[in-house]
Design a protein. Structure first.
Length: 68
């Protein structure tokens, strides 16, 4: 059963080493159970600091995360 909305989440100091071609997916469930106000700070992919998310798939009920 779907829960409530997801908001005000921060991911920090993420270091991913692997295939960067695999897309990340962010999706909400409906207009009442959406995803918003997500922040990603200090994301490194294969040693490189990211300023944006590549290969991101957003669904209708999700906002683009802020990357810094």
């Amino acid at each position: 059963m779907p829960g409530k909305a997801i908001s005000d989440v921060t991911f920090q100091n993420i270091d991913y080493r692997g295939n960067s071609e695999i897309p990340s997916v962010i999706e909400g469930y409906d207009r009442h159970r959406r995803v918003w106000n997500v922040r990603i700070r200090s994301l490194r992919i294969n040693g490189k600091l990211q300023k944006e998310l590549r290969n991101l798939q957003l669904h209708d009920w999700a906002e683009t995360p802020v990357v810094s």
